[in-house]
Design a protein around this ligand. Structure first.
Ligand SMILES: C[S@@+](CC[C@H](N)C(=O)[O-])C[C@H]1O[C@@H](n2cnc3c(N)ncnc32)[C@H](O)[C@@H]1O
Length: 273
């Protein structure tokens, strides 16, 4: 028996999918935009399309992120490829990008470093907004870096991609601005279960979730010139701890930015002049 688009969407809802996810996935299977689906409710799927849709709906129902199933995610106005080697870029991370764009004058010929770049989302959003900046991006994962590099090539955005651990690949270099969204979830945090499809190495950071932030707060300031900025994203309840780490590291003007839910999600400071 043939299945109409409307029936397929109802079956997806029955499997527990939100309507938007069900539509995005059906559009992906049919290679059509959402608006087209709405106007073609009574069209029927071929047997092959119906099977492909059932398979992708089952994967979504089992918790795979929509972005992995689609193979891409929108971030700060850029359409980025993602894979299971990269964290799915989150809207909250756009807060960090917006803050980074505020701290340096737009015309500055700045050197900027993104540590733990994943899909390249932060580095690419900065380069897209400030083509005159020299942007560098580091990740330990060669697989993530390959996705980031391909995103840069497809978007025509020139970023210097470097593989290695945190500041190792930029030994001896200085940057006017260093940004990072490092792993920051405590290794025994029950929320990790819901994130099991994303790389653990992008998420977990020691018993209290602060291991990488502690390491970066120590290692990054020597790479800042006087007046240079260091900005972090972190967990919703880590703002005071991260502020203390930056103050201990000798940074000034330590302050926070809130995410879309009103949590202090980013903390940063500046090397004294
Ligand atoms: C929370 S994800 C952030 C990814 C991306 N910047 C974003 O905002 O979506 C953290 C990233 O840090 C990388 N990472 C973890 N430990 C690292 C290390 N020691 N050195 C460099 N990168 C590291 C992971 O591979 C991952 O891509």
């Amino acid at each position: 028996m043939s299945t109409t688009l409307a029936q397929a969407l109802r079956q997806a809802a029955g499997a527990g999918l939100e309507r938007l996810d069900a539509q995005l996935l059906l559009g992906h299977v049919l290679d059509r935009p959402r608006a087209w689906l709405i106007a073609h409710d009574d069209d029927t799927l071929t047997a092959e399309q119906a099977l492909a849709y059932q398979t992708i709906v089952s994967r979504r129902a089992a918790g795979e992120p929509v972005a992995y199933l689609l193979g891409h995610k929108e971030f700060h106005g850029l359409n980025l490829a993602v894979s299971p080697a990269t964290l799915v870029p989150r809207p909250d991370t756009e807060t960090l990008v917006d803050w980074a764009l505020e701290v340096l004058a737009p015309q500055t010929q700045a050197r900027v470093l993104d540590l733990g770049t994943g899909s390249g989302c932060i580095a690419l959003a900065l380069k897209a907004a400030r083509p005159n900046w020299s942007v560098f991006a580091v990740d330990r994962s060669p697989e993530a870096l390959a996705v980031a590099r391909a995103n840069g090539e497809r978007l025509g955005l020139a970023v210097n991609w470097l593989q290695g651990s945190w500041l190792e690949p930029v030994a001896g270099q200085q940057f006017d601005l260093i940004v990072s969204n490092p792993p920051y979830i405590a290794s025994a945090d029950p929320h990790l279960e819901a994130l099991r499809h994303e790389p653990l190495s992008a998420l977990a950071s020691g018993a209290d979730g602060l291991e990488d932030l502690r390491q970066l707060a120590q290692a990054a300031p020597p790479h800042l010139p006087p007046g240079g900025w260091l900005l972090f994203e972190h967990g919703y309840d880590q703002a005071d701890a991260v502020a203390a780490l930056l103050t201990q590291a000798g940074l000034e003007n330590v302050s926070h930015r809130q995410d879309l839910a009103g949590h202090r999600r980013c903390t940063g400071g500046r090397r004294s002049r």
